[in-house]
Design a protein around this ligand. Structure first.
Ligand SMILES: Nc1ncnc2c1ncn2[C@@H]1O[C@H](COP(=O)(O)OP(=O)(O)OP(=O)(O)O)[C@@H](O)[C@H]1O
Ligand code: SF4
Ligand SMILES: [Mg+2]
Length: 333
Protein backbone atom coordinates (compact mmCIF):
# COMPACT_ATOMS: atom_id res chain seq x y z
CA UNK A 1 0.00 0.00 0.00
CA UNK A 2 2.38 2.72 -1.10
CA UNK A 3 0.08 4.64 -3.42
CA UNK A 4 -0.91 7.25 -0.91
CA UNK A 5 2.53 8.36 0.17
CA UNK A 6 2.88 12.11 0.29
CA UNK A 7 5.12 14.20 -1.92
CA UNK A 8 8.05 14.15 0.49
CA UNK A 9 8.54 10.47 -0.27
CA UNK A 10 11.19 9.27 -2.66
CA UNK A 11 11.24 5.50 -3.13
CA UNK A 12 14.18 4.03 -1.21
CA UNK A 13 14.58 7.16 0.87
CA UNK A 14 11.87 6.39 3.42
CA UNK A 15 12.54 6.56 7.14
CA UNK A 16 10.73 3.21 7.30
CA UNK A 17 9.68 0.74 4.63
CA UNK A 18 7.78 -2.36 5.72
CA UNK A 19 6.59 -4.38 2.74
CA UNK A 20 4.53 -7.56 2.89
CA UNK A 21 5.53 -8.41 6.45
CA UNK A 22 4.12 -11.66 7.80
CA UNK A 23 4.94 -13.05 11.21
CA UNK A 24 4.14 -16.43 12.76
CA UNK A 25 5.00 -18.05 16.08
CA UNK A 26 6.25 -21.61 15.86
CA UNK A 27 6.87 -23.70 12.78
CA UNK A 28 5.13 -26.14 10.46
CA UNK A 29 1.49 -27.01 11.05
CA UNK A 30 1.53 -25.67 14.61
CA UNK A 31 2.58 -22.18 13.52
CA UNK A 32 0.27 -19.40 14.70
CA UNK A 33 0.10 -16.42 12.33
CA UNK A 34 0.18 -12.99 14.03
CA UNK A 35 0.76 -10.59 11.12
CA UNK A 36 -0.15 -11.05 7.45
CA UNK A 37 1.13 -9.01 4.53
CA UNK A 38 1.61 -5.79 6.47
CA UNK A 39 2.87 -2.84 4.45
CA UNK A 40 3.65 0.40 6.26
CA UNK A 41 5.85 3.22 5.04
CA UNK A 42 6.98 6.40 6.75
CA UNK A 43 8.67 9.15 4.76
CA UNK A 44 11.24 11.46 6.31
CA UNK A 45 9.49 14.19 8.24
CA UNK A 46 6.15 12.43 8.03
CA UNK A 47 3.88 11.46 10.94
CA UNK A 48 2.05 8.23 10.24
CA UNK A 49 -0.63 6.85 12.54
CA UNK A 50 -1.22 3.17 13.26
CA UNK A 51 -4.61 2.63 14.88
CA UNK A 52 -6.82 -0.34 15.73
CA UNK A 53 -8.27 -2.30 18.62
CA UNK A 54 -6.21 -4.02 21.28
CA UNK A 55 -4.47 -7.12 19.92
CA UNK A 56 -4.64 -6.04 16.26
CA UNK A 57 -0.84 -6.19 15.85
CA UNK A 58 0.23 -2.55 16.21
CA UNK A 59 3.05 -3.17 18.68
CA UNK A 60 4.26 -6.26 16.81
CA UNK A 61 4.52 -4.15 13.66
CA UNK A 62 6.30 -1.24 15.36
CA UNK A 63 8.76 -3.56 17.10
CA UNK A 64 9.47 -5.49 13.90
CA UNK A 65 10.71 -2.22 12.43
CA UNK A 66 13.68 -2.52 14.78
CA UNK A 67 14.08 -6.26 14.30
CA UNK A 68 12.44 -7.04 17.64
CA UNK A 69 10.25 -10.04 16.87
CA UNK A 70 8.93 -12.48 19.50
CA UNK A 71 11.17 -15.40 20.42
CA UNK A 72 10.37 -18.47 18.33
CA UNK A 73 8.69 -16.45 15.59
CA UNK A 74 9.45 -16.32 11.88
CA UNK A 75 9.16 -13.12 9.90
CA UNK A 76 8.95 -12.89 6.11
CA UNK A 77 8.71 -9.86 3.85
CA UNK A 78 10.91 -6.77 3.88
CA UNK A 79 11.70 -4.24 6.57
CA UNK A 80 14.08 -1.44 5.60
CA UNK A 81 15.20 1.35 7.93
CA UNK A 82 17.78 3.87 6.73
CA UNK A 83 18.91 1.48 3.99
CA UNK A 84 19.37 -1.46 6.40
CA UNK A 85 17.59 -4.73 5.62
CA UNK A 86 16.36 -5.24 9.18
CA UNK A 87 15.15 -8.84 8.90
CA UNK A 88 18.50 -9.96 7.48
CA UNK A 89 20.64 -7.83 9.80
CA UNK A 90 22.89 -9.25 12.50
CA UNK A 91 22.78 -8.30 16.18
CA UNK A 92 25.56 -5.75 15.86
CA UNK A 93 23.91 -3.95 12.97
CA UNK A 94 20.60 -3.87 14.80
CA UNK A 95 22.22 -2.49 17.94
CA UNK A 96 23.92 0.17 15.87
CA UNK A 97 20.62 0.99 14.15
CA UNK A 98 18.84 1.44 17.49
CA UNK A 99 21.66 3.56 18.86
CA UNK A 100 22.09 5.92 15.97
CA UNK A 101 19.21 6.01 13.49
CA UNK A 102 15.99 4.72 14.99
CA UNK A 103 14.44 5.05 18.43
CA UNK A 104 11.37 3.58 20.03
CA UNK A 105 9.13 4.78 22.81
CA UNK A 106 7.70 1.54 24.18
CA UNK A 107 4.18 1.05 25.42
CA UNK A 108 5.44 -0.26 28.77
CA UNK A 109 8.48 1.63 30.05
CA UNK A 110 9.06 -0.80 32.97
CA UNK A 111 10.03 -3.67 30.70
CA UNK A 112 12.20 -1.59 28.41
CA UNK A 113 14.42 0.47 30.73
CA UNK A 114 17.24 -1.37 32.48
CA UNK A 115 16.29 -1.22 36.20
CA UNK A 116 19.86 -1.30 37.54
CA UNK A 117 21.20 1.69 35.62
CA UNK A 118 20.79 5.32 36.57
CA UNK A 119 18.56 7.49 34.41
CA UNK A 120 21.57 9.69 33.55
CA UNK A 121 23.47 6.72 32.10
CA UNK A 122 20.39 5.59 30.19
CA UNK A 123 19.98 9.02 28.64
CA UNK A 124 23.60 9.80 27.80
CA UNK A 125 24.71 6.40 26.49
CA UNK A 126 23.51 6.95 22.93
CA UNK A 127 24.91 10.48 22.74
CA UNK A 128 28.30 9.29 24.07
CA UNK A 129 28.31 6.54 21.42
CA UNK A 130 27.83 9.25 18.79
CA UNK A 131 30.89 11.09 20.10
CA UNK A 132 29.19 13.74 22.26
CA UNK A 133 31.40 14.69 25.24
CA UNK A 134 30.25 13.62 28.71
CA UNK A 135 29.52 17.13 29.95
CA UNK A 136 27.54 18.14 26.87
CA UNK A 137 25.61 14.84 26.93
CA UNK A 138 24.64 15.37 30.57
CA UNK A 139 23.56 18.95 29.88
CA UNK A 140 21.44 17.81 26.94
CA UNK A 141 19.89 14.97 28.99
CA UNK A 142 18.97 17.47 31.69
CA UNK A 143 17.43 19.82 29.14
CA UNK A 144 15.38 17.00 27.59
CA UNK A 145 14.08 15.85 30.98
CA UNK A 146 12.90 19.40 31.60
CA UNK A 147 11.17 19.46 28.20
CA UNK A 148 9.16 16.32 28.95
CA UNK A 149 7.99 17.72 32.28
CA UNK A 150 10.36 16.15 34.86
CA UNK A 151 10.44 18.68 37.68
CA UNK A 152 13.98 18.23 39.03
CA UNK A 153 15.99 17.00 36.03
CA UNK A 154 19.34 17.25 37.81
CA UNK A 155 18.22 14.95 40.57
CA UNK A 156 16.47 12.63 38.10
CA UNK A 157 19.77 11.93 36.34
CA UNK A 158 21.08 10.29 39.51
CA UNK A 159 17.95 8.25 40.19
CA UNK A 160 17.01 4.68 39.26
CA UNK A 161 13.90 3.64 37.26
CA UNK A 162 12.12 2.16 40.32
CA UNK A 163 12.05 5.63 41.89
CA UNK A 164 9.67 6.85 39.16
CA UNK A 165 5.97 6.28 38.58
CA UNK A 166 4.90 4.70 35.26
CA UNK A 167 3.95 8.09 33.80
CA UNK A 168 7.24 9.68 34.86
CA UNK A 169 9.21 6.77 33.44
CA UNK A 170 7.31 7.16 30.18
CA UNK A 171 8.58 10.76 30.04
CA UNK A 172 12.13 9.56 30.71
CA UNK A 173 11.83 7.14 27.80
CA UNK A 174 10.54 9.90 25.55
CA UNK A 175 13.55 12.01 26.55
CA UNK A 176 15.77 9.03 25.69
CA UNK A 177 14.21 8.72 22.26
CA UNK A 178 14.64 12.45 21.64
CA UNK A 179 18.29 12.35 22.75
CA UNK A 180 19.05 10.03 19.85
CA UNK A 181 17.81 12.64 17.32
CA UNK A 182 16.70 9.67 15.22
CA UNK A 183 15.74 9.60 11.54
CA UNK A 184 12.92 7.25 12.57
CA UNK A 185 10.89 7.38 15.76
CA UNK A 186 8.52 4.54 16.64
CA UNK A 187 6.14 5.83 19.26
CA UNK A 188 3.94 3.08 20.75
CA UNK A 189 1.11 4.73 22.72
CA UNK A 190 3.65 7.31 23.90
CA UNK A 191 1.23 9.56 25.72
CA UNK A 192 -1.45 7.19 27.02
CA UNK A 193 -0.06 7.22 30.56
CA UNK A 194 0.18 11.03 30.67
CA UNK A 195 -2.32 13.67 31.74
CA UNK A 196 -3.77 15.87 29.01
CA UNK A 197 -1.50 18.87 29.63
CA UNK A 198 1.68 16.80 29.64
CA UNK A 199 0.41 14.94 26.60
CA UNK A 200 0.12 18.20 24.69
CA UNK A 201 3.60 19.27 25.81
CA UNK A 202 5.15 15.95 24.81
CA UNK A 203 3.47 16.04 21.39
CA UNK A 204 4.83 19.55 20.89
CA UNK A 205 8.35 18.34 21.74
CA UNK A 206 8.00 15.38 19.34
CA UNK A 207 6.79 17.67 16.57
CA UNK A 208 9.72 19.98 17.24
CA UNK A 209 12.14 17.09 16.91
CA UNK A 210 10.55 16.27 13.60
CA UNK A 211 10.81 19.81 12.32
CA UNK A 212 14.48 20.17 13.26
CA UNK A 213 15.74 16.71 12.26
CA UNK A 214 13.24 15.61 9.60
CA UNK A 215 12.36 12.60 11.73
CA UNK A 216 9.78 10.18 10.35
CA UNK A 217 7.40 9.09 13.08
CA UNK A 218 5.18 6.02 13.33
CA UNK A 219 2.62 6.93 15.96
CA UNK A 220 0.72 3.99 17.45
CA UNK A 221 -2.41 5.01 19.29
CA UNK A 222 -5.92 4.03 20.35
CA UNK A 223 -6.87 7.69 20.29
CA UNK A 224 -8.44 8.51 16.92
CA UNK A 225 -8.82 12.20 17.81
CA UNK A 226 -5.11 12.43 18.52
CA UNK A 227 -4.29 10.60 15.29
CA UNK A 228 -6.53 13.00 13.37
CA UNK A 229 -4.80 15.98 14.98
CA UNK A 230 -1.19 15.03 14.33
CA UNK A 231 -0.92 12.45 11.52
CA UNK A 232 -0.27 13.04 7.81
CA UNK A 233 -1.46 9.53 6.97
CA UNK A 234 -3.11 6.79 8.98
CA UNK A 235 -3.10 2.99 8.74
CA UNK A 236 -5.90 1.00 10.34
CA UNK A 237 -5.11 -2.52 11.58
CA UNK A 238 -7.45 -5.39 12.27
CA UNK A 239 -6.50 -8.97 13.17
CA UNK A 240 -2.88 -8.69 12.06
CA UNK A 241 -3.61 -6.98 8.74
CA UNK A 242 -3.72 -3.41 7.45
CA UNK A 243 -7.33 -2.91 6.41
CA UNK A 244 -7.21 0.75 5.41
CA UNK A 245 -4.62 3.37 4.55
CA UNK A 246 -5.79 6.92 4.27
CA UNK A 247 -4.23 10.25 3.43
CA UNK A 248 -4.58 13.21 5.73
CA UNK A 249 -7.91 13.68 7.39
CA UNK A 250 -9.92 11.73 4.81
CA UNK A 251 -9.97 8.69 7.09
CA UNK A 252 -11.99 10.71 9.57
CA UNK A 253 -14.23 12.43 7.03
CA UNK A 254 -14.82 9.59 4.61
CA UNK A 255 -13.76 6.22 6.04
CA UNK A 256 -13.78 3.48 3.40
CA UNK A 257 -13.56 0.24 5.37
CA UNK A 258 -16.54 -0.94 7.48
CA UNK A 259 -14.16 -1.52 10.39
CA UNK A 260 -12.86 2.05 10.21
CA UNK A 261 -16.45 3.31 10.17
CA UNK A 262 -17.24 1.22 13.25
CA UNK A 263 -14.13 2.52 15.02
CA UNK A 264 -15.08 6.11 14.31
CA UNK A 265 -18.69 5.64 15.33
CA UNK A 266 -17.50 4.24 18.64
CA UNK A 267 -14.92 6.97 19.25
CA UNK A 268 -15.36 9.42 22.16
CA UNK A 269 -15.52 12.49 19.94
CA UNK A 270 -18.67 11.09 18.32
CA UNK A 271 -20.39 9.80 21.44
CA UNK A 272 -18.90 12.18 23.99
CA UNK A 273 -17.81 9.45 26.41
CA UNK A 274 -14.91 7.11 26.91
CA UNK A 275 -16.78 3.89 26.13
CA UNK A 276 -14.58 4.10 23.02
CA UNK A 277 -13.99 1.12 20.80
CA UNK A 278 -15.66 -1.42 23.09
CA UNK A 279 -18.89 -0.30 21.50
CA UNK A 280 -18.15 -2.19 18.26
CA UNK A 281 -20.41 -5.23 18.00
CA UNK A 282 -18.69 -8.55 18.75
CA UNK A 283 -15.13 -9.20 19.87
CA UNK A 284 -11.93 -8.69 17.90
CA UNK A 285 -10.55 -11.73 16.10
CA UNK A 286 -6.98 -12.98 16.07
CA UNK A 287 -5.50 -13.68 12.66
CA UNK A 288 -5.29 -17.41 13.42
CA UNK A 289 -9.05 -17.59 14.08
CA UNK A 290 -9.97 -16.61 10.53
CA UNK A 291 -7.65 -18.45 8.17
CA UNK A 292 -9.84 -17.71 5.16
CA UNK A 293 -11.87 -14.75 4.02
CA UNK A 294 -12.16 -11.36 5.72
CA UNK A 295 -11.34 -11.41 9.45
CA UNK A 296 -13.97 -8.73 10.15
CA UNK A 297 -16.84 -10.64 8.57
CA UNK A 298 -18.56 -11.85 11.76
CA UNK A 299 -18.85 -8.23 12.92
CA UNK A 300 -19.59 -6.63 9.57
CA UNK A 301 -23.12 -5.65 8.44
CA UNK A 302 -22.07 -5.98 4.78
CA UNK A 303 -20.57 -9.49 4.92
CA UNK A 304 -21.58 -11.94 2.19
CA UNK A 305 -20.30 -15.18 0.65
CA UNK A 306 -17.40 -13.50 -1.12
CA UNK A 307 -16.22 -12.08 2.21
CA UNK A 308 -16.20 -15.60 3.70
CA UNK A 309 -14.29 -17.09 0.77
CA UNK A 310 -11.58 -14.56 -0.14
CA UNK A 311 -9.21 -12.36 1.81
CA UNK A 312 -9.92 -8.89 0.35
CA UNK A 313 -6.99 -7.23 -1.42
CA UNK A 314 -6.42 -3.48 -0.90
CA UNK A 315 -8.11 -1.32 -3.51
CA UNK A 316 -8.48 2.43 -4.00
CA UNK A 317 -11.65 4.00 -2.71
CA UNK A 318 -11.90 7.79 -2.48
CA UNK A 319 -8.66 8.95 -0.88
CA UNK A 320 -8.09 5.60 0.79
CA UNK A 321 -6.92 2.11 0.05
CA UNK A 322 -9.32 -0.32 1.66
CA UNK A 323 -8.92 -4.09 2.00
CA UNK A 324 -12.63 -4.78 1.60
CA UNK A 325 -14.84 -6.45 -1.02
CA UNK A 326 -17.59 -3.84 -0.58
CA UNK A 327 -16.10 -0.49 0.43
CA UNK A 328 -18.87 1.15 -1.56
CA UNK A 329 -21.39 -0.46 0.81
CA UNK A 330 -22.42 2.87 2.31
CA UNK A 331 -22.54 4.74 -0.99
CA UNK A 332 -20.00 6.76 -2.99
CA UNK A 333 -16.94 8.23 -1.25
N1 LIG B 1 5.41 -12.75 22.10
C1 LIG B 1 4.22 -13.13 21.66
N2 LIG B 1 3.87 -14.43 21.61
C2 LIG B 1 2.64 -14.82 21.18
N3 LIG B 1 1.68 -13.98 20.78
C3 LIG B 1 1.97 -12.67 20.82
C4 LIG B 1 3.24 -12.17 21.26
N4 LIG B 1 3.22 -10.81 21.19
C5 LIG B 1 1.98 -10.49 20.74
N5 LIG B 1 1.25 -11.59 20.52
C6 LIG B 1 -0.15 -11.63 20.02
O1 LIG B 1 -0.20 -10.91 18.81
C7 LIG B 1 -1.37 -10.11 18.72
C8 LIG B 1 -1.02 -8.67 18.48
O2 LIG B 1 -0.35 -8.14 19.62
P1 LIG B 1 0.12 -6.63 19.71
O3 LIG B 1 0.83 -6.49 21.01
O4 LIG B 1 0.87 -6.24 18.50
O5 LIG B 1 -1.27 -5.86 19.75
P2 LIG B 1 -1.57 -4.30 19.84
O6 LIG B 1 -2.33 -3.91 18.63
O7 LIG B 1 -0.31 -3.57 20.11
O8 LIG B 1 -2.56 -4.24 21.10
P3 LIG B 1 -2.66 -3.14 22.28
O9 LIG B 1 -3.46 -2.02 21.72
O10 LIG B 1 -3.37 -3.87 23.38
O11 LIG B 1 -1.28 -2.73 22.67
C9 LIG B 1 -2.13 -10.34 20.02
O12 LIG B 1 -3.12 -11.29 19.79
C10 LIG B 1 -1.08 -10.88 20.96
O13 LIG B 1 -1.65 -11.76 21.90
S1 SF4 C 1 -14.65 -7.68 3.04
FE1 SF4 C 1 -16.79 -8.07 3.50
S2 SF4 C 1 -16.84 -8.66 5.66
FE2 SF4 C 1 -14.87 -7.71 5.28
S3 SF4 C 1 -15.15 -5.59 5.83
FE3 SF4 C 1 -15.54 -5.72 3.64
S4 SF4 C 1 -17.75 -6.05 3.44
FE4 SF4 C 1 -17.21 -6.48 5.58
MG1 LIG D 1 0.40 -2.53 21.70
Amino acid sequence: MTMLMNEQTAIGDDALGIEGLSLAIGTGEGAVPLLADVTVTVARGETVGLVGESGSGKSLTARAALGMVPRGSRATGTVVVGGLDVLAAGRRELRELRRTRAAMIFQDPRVSINPVRRIGDYLTEGMRARGVRAKAATARAQELLGQVGIRDPRRALRQYPHEFSGGMLQRVMIAGALSAEPALLLADEPTTALDVTTQAEVIAVLKDLQRVHGTGMLFVTHDLDLAAAICDRVYVMYAGRIVEESAGTSLFQAPAHPYTRALLEASPSVHGDRAAIKAIKGTPRALAETPSGCSFRDRCPLADDVCAAEVPAPRPYGKSLAACHHPEGDGAP
